[in-house]
Design a protein around this ligand. Structure first.
Ligand SMILES: Nc1ncnc2c1ncn2[C@@H]1O[C@H](COP(=O)(O)OP(=O)(O)OP(=O)(O)O)[C@@H](O)[C@H]1O
Length: 233
């Protein structure tokens, strides 16, 4: 389990304090207004910024002392996930080898994942030759080939058209179950959370104000701001 307990940091005048957990195979949605501190939590987990206090554990072991490269974490962002001068295949291979040299086992795993994500036939194309959805699938494939159990998603599909977005969300849910990934997904869309997440952490002014199942959040939002946000998103 990914366990986050009073995990804190300071950014300029803002103080952040987060508590939540994510089980393997589960998707937890991070919701909250712009600037509330959702991306900051992902940066703390990935190790891009240091924590000032609190706990960040994976399967009972603290991640806090681990450098970025050794954390069991991969991330997918809204954009800038791919190198545009490389093919999709090379971009995915980068997840495994900086020199793009894969052994037979790695090559096989990459092809299996590419097939599952529906991009096997376009692996030789560059990102600017494929659609936004295909680009995000390739970026997701690069995350998956790394075999790291924590997947952080920062609004990865919000630039896609609604149908594609839903398809990609379904895919994430399916992949979380299949690979037993603990997925933490930032979204502004309550509908996305309803579709894909079992639990939701609502972030307000740098704090996880409410961490609950989607049903609980819907039925008993902790304060009027949360109720208003859900009604509007
Ligand atoms: N690199 C940074 N240095 C200093 N402060 C930052 C930095 N990045 C973000 N902040 C501040 O931290 C606060 C939280 O930002 P964060 O990006 O985590 O919010 P968010 O909820 O992800 O917002 P959005 O939904 O708009 O992406 C904001 O007030 C922001 O100005």
């Amino acid at each position: 389990m990914l366990s986050i307990a009073k995990l804190q940091c300071q950014r300029q005048l803002h103080h952040f304090n987060y508590s939540l957990e994510v089980n393997p195979g589960e998707v937890v949605a991070l919701l909250g207004a712009s600037g509330s501190g959702k991306s900051t939590l992902l940066e703390l987990i990935a190790g891009f910024i240091p924590a000032s206090a609190g706990d960040l554990n994976w399967q009972g072991e603290s991640l806090l002392a681990l450098p970025i490269a050794q954390r069991p974490v991969t991330s997918l962002f809204q954009q800038h996930n791919l190198f545009h001068h490389l093919s999709l295949q090379q971009n995915i291979a980068l997840g495994l080898s900086k020199k793009l040299k894969l052994n037979a086992k790695q090559q096989k795993q990459m092809m299996q994942i590419a097939e599952q994500l529906g991009i096997a036939s376009i692996l030789n194309k560059r990102p600017d030759q494929v659609s936004g959805g295909q680009q995000q699938r390739a970026a997701l494939a690069r995350c998956l080939v790394q075999n790291r159990p924590i997947l952080l998603l920062d609004e990865p599909f919000s630039a896609l058209d609604p149908m594609l977005r839903l398809e990609c969300l379904e895919l994430v849910k399916q992949l979380a179950e299949q690979y037993q990934l603990a997925v933490l997904m930032v979204t502004h869309q309550w509908q996305d959370a309803l579709r894909v997440a079992q639990r939701v952490a609502f972030v307000e002014q740098g704090q996880t104000q409410q961490f609950a199942s989607v049903e609980q959040l819907q039925q008993a939002p902790a304060n009027p701001h949360i109720a208003h946000y859900l009604a509007c998103s």
